[in-house]
Design a binder for this molecule. Structure first.
Ligand code: IPD
Ligand code: CA
Length: 263
């Protein structure tokens, strides 16, 4: 068992590193996108620079730590004693297109147990944090999921843009989510969608294929805010690095989604 003060120190180091990285994102210029797996899957020098900065700062705070990151294929052992799961810029397409809705996301886990998370949206100066068993916070204030039924909320949807085999099913789900709720949103950052659920702004978030770095931090923030975060079929999320669907929401909206929206 890790001491609470040690966990708080690690969270403070994550937050300090993210704030430093936020300056890079906010003052980015001449952003050039390179394609990765396809034309929708892009990376920029800023994704790489933010990731390098986070790894440097977190290694200083936690010598010997391991990393599981989106860029540069750094996928260390998920069972390591100190492991940081990093998405340097979640919402890279928004970043490239200057949509001003992206975030820096870091989760910390020890021997496979998620213990701390922070998601920083530099454009609106919002910082979502959570410690396991300690609740979830937005800029230091406690947050809670919306207890309302799905029909009284809006639903965030992701399009699983890197897997076109899922496009038909995704848009069928989106239509069903729209009919079962007040409206839908496609905002372009999975982590910020999860934080929107945690803060009670959205009733649910669903996407059919995302990666561990897209949901590790948001998972802890949503569950610490009293929500559920599972696969779209209701089964537990994998934490072995495989891609997965995700459904996150308050308890009532989760049940409504499974009954009224899931195909
Ligand atoms: C993507 C964003 C997007 C979601 C994709 C993710 P990236 O992350 O979170 O909203 O639809 O599934 O991969 O590539 O911008 O870090
Ligand atoms: Ca991402």
């Amino acid at each position: 068992m890790m001491e609470k003060s040690e966990l708080e120190r690690i969270l403070a180091a994550i937050v300090a590193a993210e704030k430093e990285a936020a300056e890079l994102v906010l003052h980015a210029h001449g952003i050039l996108a390179e394609c990765k797996s396809g034309h929708r899957d892009v990376v920029t020098e800023y994704d790489r620079r933010v990731q390098e900065l986070l790894i440097r700062r977190l290694s200083e705070a936690c010598p010997g730590a391991r990393f599981f990151c989106e860029e540069n294929d750094r996928h260390d052992d998920l069972q390591a004693e100190h492991l940081f799961i990093i998405d340097p810029i979640d919402g890279t397409m928004n970043f490239v297109r200057r949509m001003n809705h992206s975030c820096i996301s870091v989760a910390y886990q020890s021997r496979g147990e998620l213990l701390a998370a922070a998601v920083c949206n530099p454009y609106v100066d919002e910082l979502f944090t959570a410690l396991k068993g300690g609740g979830a916070f937005l800029n230091g204030r406690p947050i809670q999921v919306d207890p309302a039924p799905l029909s009284e909320t809006i639903v965030c949807c992701g399009t699983a843009p890197y897997n076109e085999a899922l496009t038909g099913r995704t848009f069928a789900l989106m239509e069903r989510a729209y009919r079962a709720s007040l409206d839908i949103r496609r905002q372009g950052s999975a982590e910020l969608d999860l934080c929107s659920v945690a803060a009670g702004r959205a009733g649910a978030y669903c996407e059919l294929s995302i990666s561990l770095w897209d949901y590790a931090a948001g998972y802890l923030i949503v569950t610490e805010a009293g929500g559920l975060c599972t696969r779209e079929d209701g089964s537990p999320l994998p934490f072995d690095g495989s891609k997965t669907s995700v459904l996150a929401s308050g308890p009532q909206a989760w049940a409504d989604f499974r009954e009224q929206v899931s195909l």
